[in-house]
Design a protein. Structure first.
Lengths: 615, 339
């Protein structure tokens, strides 16, 4: 049936869907992602949506994008795209810079009206000439009129018809990449299960788009994407925020402590609240509180009451929660604080990614107030590190801050669903049977880990009082004794330091014997790993270490880093982790690669900078 | 059947810590009353939690042999809310002052009431910041002179009851620190009420605001300037028990029975359980000047609590499509197998 002419066999391709924020680009992108994952492709996505809820229609600020990379060896959504879908002149103007030379542009020429061109600040009526798009393959596609034609005579109003435009574009892309049109229809039917008429209309439009591609543009190169052959198992597509929520649930199962979330809506962390609110079907209690402070405080109350307690937020919310986290530090209660980082300061860039909350997480509280800090490396690693945050919180009776970010929180990839026994049991530090209840004191602690015992309210004979005033190091009675305070400060610090005995050591990737080690932390893993591979493949040998445990650092971390002549820390801030490491490795000058643009690294930026810094 | 229930005395609720409030502070009486109220309720100490914010009154949990948490300024309501949702079997008390509960913690206060979380909020109102040594509070009257208002305040106060009704509260009671019987009666009723209960206790700060409530609470005037409301009973007050509250159009009026043609039949009967808060609010707003200040249980109406709502929803959702494990839940979604 389909003549496959000009088939390019690529390891991976990157598609960027762009349009007005009301054009349904996220849905079209998501369906394409799911269909691709369904045939075994690795996928990585990057929704790039505007800060405004609904910017003026057709305006440059209202452009919404969804970029997805599919194929094998996919670690990132890609720096540049092979195919750009642009639903209006504004989207074309904003996104053409992301397109590779020679790439394909699918653009709705029906949108080239005087009005829309003006809104997108074009000076002429020929945007293609004005933008100088000679080097690209342009598919001038009448998306709007073809969508209307496909739905003619069905008695639908104009607004409902126009809502299907995104699916026409999806049909064209499915044709371009030889995707199974029926798989896409299954996703549409599921999405619109409660609106069969909408599902049917979209299905017709999808066919129309697919056929349009087939019938009129056979000359455009089509791609066939290799399928990846990953580890056997059952897979699903998952984004970082959902993975975070699920990791918490797994920790609840493995610790036997019920899961409580106290939260307040904030971009880009709200999806964690959304997911856990749905998970009443697993017994999760997710409470939307009146503000960020109430979010953390309700979690502290739930923790005292014996739950696995979590609060989720982004940078501004973390600032509001500081005093509450300090209370959990002095009360020595388990608490998981999730910060899905975004651009700051203040309201900053709410929908864009950054790693600028590291110092806030480490030090953003009054007094000597150490907490554990961990950071997931990828969307799927959010599951593992959310689990780890809970494990550390419960086993060490401490707040743990999980530093996710907008890039991995919203990005998705294929994820192998872990087997039931894949994650270890989490062992709450309950009062051991050899300690008599009558002689027990609330701040008595395990000699090795320095962790106090967790006495769950409701237990007879273990009534006790906690509080934010300094406590006697054994009895927990209020103490203003100077020596006791210093002892407690040191004890709280040492307790966190000893978590290092309970986390994995740092491993080195790339060429471990190289002179130079590239260092990263958190959500930049995919880009740094890809850059490492490229550097090693082009004769620039480099080792690579990626940190997911920030405080404490893995036990071997400083020794490993000290082996290298050059240490280069790459991060999406002005050098916070580099400063943190530099204080611990005073003898060596740590080099830095920094980017603070609200955007992820480009692999090329890393490669070029490493070569530059090691000349 | 009552025999099997272990019996508790006030002493069972006392911790071994020595009480450190100033001699003569109204908090001592409230603490002792709370110990007695808990014994009357009979909830075991290990099934009771007392959670406070910051301020003189917030020291109270240290003096209780229950689970206790002395937290941070203003946040007791939020912490108590999380506690109750997480561990709904326990009886939860929140101790706050007028600064802690209505200034820095005002937002949590109104939302706890609105949400109807099943906690018992004891609001110690002495119209002053005591722990920081004498600044005006959000309940201090306009013109009140304090260290932070040397020329008198230029703002109007909150009336706690009005906030409770504004937040659609279902339980409001009031007492005076020295009215031990009334305090105990209101505390017990607050604990038995399912939902957010607010008990305002007029408390005397002997150091920084001594006698602030005297115009109402002094023995020489108390009988005429207060009225003890009891559900199902006539609204009668006065040293001779000859005064009563009657309707006057949409408002209330204090009359002397036998004068101006008013008889006992005209005197209103208190109904604390009627869902409409119209009359409750009028009663609660009486300030002891033209109309007597109401003490006792002013409103006590049952409504679904937040924590029960959460439990019921978990049960309902799980019955319909509950999963035993996370893995089951994920496998029920969109997946593919790689062999």
């Amino acid at each position: 049936m389909l003549e496959k002419t000009n088939v390019k066999v690529l390891d991976k391709v990157v598609v960027r869907f762009s349009g007005d924020s009301g054009d349904g680009m996220q849905l079209a992108g998501n369906i394409f992602t799911n269909v691709s994952a369904g045939v075994g492709n690795q996928v990585s996505t990057f929704p790039d949506y505007p800060a405004e809820i609904r910017a003026p229609q057709g305006s440059l600020s209202g452009v919404s994008g969804f970029q997805v990379s599919v194929g094998r060896g996919v670690h990132t959504p890609g720096d540049q795209c092979d195919v750009l879908v642009a639903m209006n002149p504004a989207a074309l103007k904003q996104n053409v810079r992301f397109l590779k030379p020679g790439g394909v542009i699918i653009v709705d020429v029906d949108s080239f009206t005087e009005n829309d061109l003006k809104k997108a600040q074009f000076k002429t009526l020929d945007p293609i000439a004005e933008l100088g798009l000679e080097g690209f393959q342009i598919m001038e596609t009448p998306v709007t009129s073809m969508t209307k034609a496909a739905l003619e005579g069905r008695g639908m109003d104009n607004k409902s018809v126009l809502k299907c435009r995104n699916i026409f574009a999806l049909g064209v892309v499915c044709w371009l990449f030889d995707r199974d049109i029926n798989a896409a229809k299954r996703h549409l039917n599921k999405k619109f299960a409660k609106k069969p008429a909408v599902a049917e209309a979209n299905s017709l439009v999808l066919d129309a788009g697919y056929n349009f591609g087939h019938n009129t543009h056979a000359s455009v190169s089509t791609y066939r994407i290799e399928t990846e052959d990953p580890r056997p198992g059952i897979y699903t597509d998952i984004n970082g925020n959902t993975a975070t929520a699920w990791g918490l649930i797994m920790a609840s199962e493995k610790s036997g402590r019920p899961l409580f979330l106290g939260s307040y809506p904030i971009t880009p962390a709200t999806d964690i609240l959304h997911e856990l609110a749905k998970r009443k079907d697993l017994g999760v209690k997710a409470c939307q509180m009146e503000d960020e402070i109430a979010g953390v405080c309700s979690a502290i109350g739930a923790s005292f009451a014996g739950n696995l307690a979590v609060t989720s937020t982004s940078g501004p919310g973390l600032a509001l929660k500081s005093e509450g986290i300090g209370l959990a530090v002095i009360a020595e209660l388990p608490l998981v604080v999730i910060d899905v980082q975004r651009g700051g300061p203040s309201t900053g860039l709410p929908t864009k990614t950054e790693q600028t909350d590291l110092m806030q997480a480490l030090y953003g509280r009054n007094g000597e107030s150490p907490v554990a800090v961990v950071a997931p490396a990828s969307p799927t690693d959010c599951f593992t590190m959310a689990f780890e945050a809970c494990r550390i919180a419960i086993e060490h009776m401490t707040p743990v801050i999980l530093l996710s970010d907008a890039f991995i929180g919203n990005g998705s990839s294929a994820w192998r669903i872990p087997e039931a026994d894949e994650f270890p049991a989490i062992k709450p530090n309950y009062l051991p049977s050899d300690i008599d209840k009558t002689s027990w004191k609330p701040y008595q602690r395990d000699a090795e880990t320095l962790v106090r015992y967790w006495a769950i309210p409701g237990t007879e004979g273990l009534q006790h009082r906690l509080g934010g005033l300094e406590k006697d190091c054994v009895t927990s009675a209020i103490s203003t004794d100077p020596a006791n305070h210093e002892k407690m400060v040191n004890l709280r610090r040492e307790k966190i330091a000893r978590i290092a005995n309970n986390i994995p050591e740092l491993t080195v990737q790339g060429n471990a014997d190289a002179d130079t080690i590239l260092v990263g932390w958190g959500g930049t893993y995919g880009h740094l790993m890809t850059a490492t591979d490229q550097l090693c493949a082009t004769g620039h040998d480099v080792a690579f270490a990626h940190f997911r445990y920030i405080n404490p650092l893995p036990k071997n971390a400083l020794e490993v880093l000290s082996r290298y002549k050059n240490i280069i820390v790459a991060e999406l801030n002005t050098g916070m982790f580099a400063d943190y490491l530099q204080a611990k490795i005073p003898g060596k000058t740590i080099k830095r690669i920094n980017k603070i643009q609200g955007q992820p690294f480009l692999v090329k930026e890393i490669v070029d900078s490493v070569i530059d810094l090691t000349k | 059947m009552e025999q099997d229930k272990p019996c508790y005395t006030a002493a069972n609720y006392k911790s071994d810590q020595s009480v450190r409030w100033c001699p003569g502070c109204g908090d001592h009486a409230i603490l002792n009353t709370l110990h007695k109220a808990m014994a009357t309720l009979g909830v075991p100490p290990h099934m009771t939690a007392v959670i406070s914010g910051i301020g003189c009154s917030s020291r109270l949990p240290y003096y209780m042999n229950t689970y206790g948490f002395h937290t941070i300024h203003g946040r007791a309501a939020a912490i108590a809310t999380g506690f109750k949702v997480a561990n709904p079997e326990m009886t939860v008390w929140q101790i706050s002052g007028d600064g802690d509960g209505l200034a820095i913690g005002g937002n949590h206060f109104i939302h706890a009431v609105r949400r109807n979380i099943d906690i018992n909020i004891l609001l110690f109102n002495n119209k002053i910041y005591g722990l920081t040594k004498g600044q005006y509070s959000p309940t201090s009257a306009r013109g009140f002179v304090s260290k932070s208002s040397p020329y008198g305040t230029t703002e109007d106060p909150f009336i706690p009851a009005e906030l409770v009704f504004g937040a659609r509260g279902n339980f409001f009671g009031r007492s005076i620190d020295v009215e031990l019987q009334t305090s105990q009666e209101v505390m017990v009723a607050a604990a038995r009420h399912k939902g957010a209960s607010v008990v305002e206790i007029l408390q005397n700060c002997v150091i920084f605001n001594n006698g602030i409530h005297n115009a109402i609470t002094d023995r020489s005037v108390r009988a005429d300037r207060t009225i003890h409301l009891r559900h199902g009973e006539k609204m009668i007050f006065g040293a001779n028990g000859d005064k009563g509250l009657v309707r006057d159009g949409f408002l209330l009026k204090a009359v002397t029975i036998g004068q101006d043609g008013y008889t006992m039949d005209d005197v209103l009967v208190h109904d604390a359980h009627t869902p409409s808060n119209f009359l409750h609010q009028q009663l609660a707003m009486m300030d002891g000047e033209t109309l007597p200040l109401a003490i006792g249980i002013i409103r006590d109406v049952e409504a679904i609590t937040y924590n029960d709502g959460v439990e019921a929803q978990v049960k309902e959702v799980r019955a319909k499509k509950g999963f035993n494990t996370l893995r089951d839940m994920i496998l029920a979604g969109e997946t593919w197998e790689v062999k």
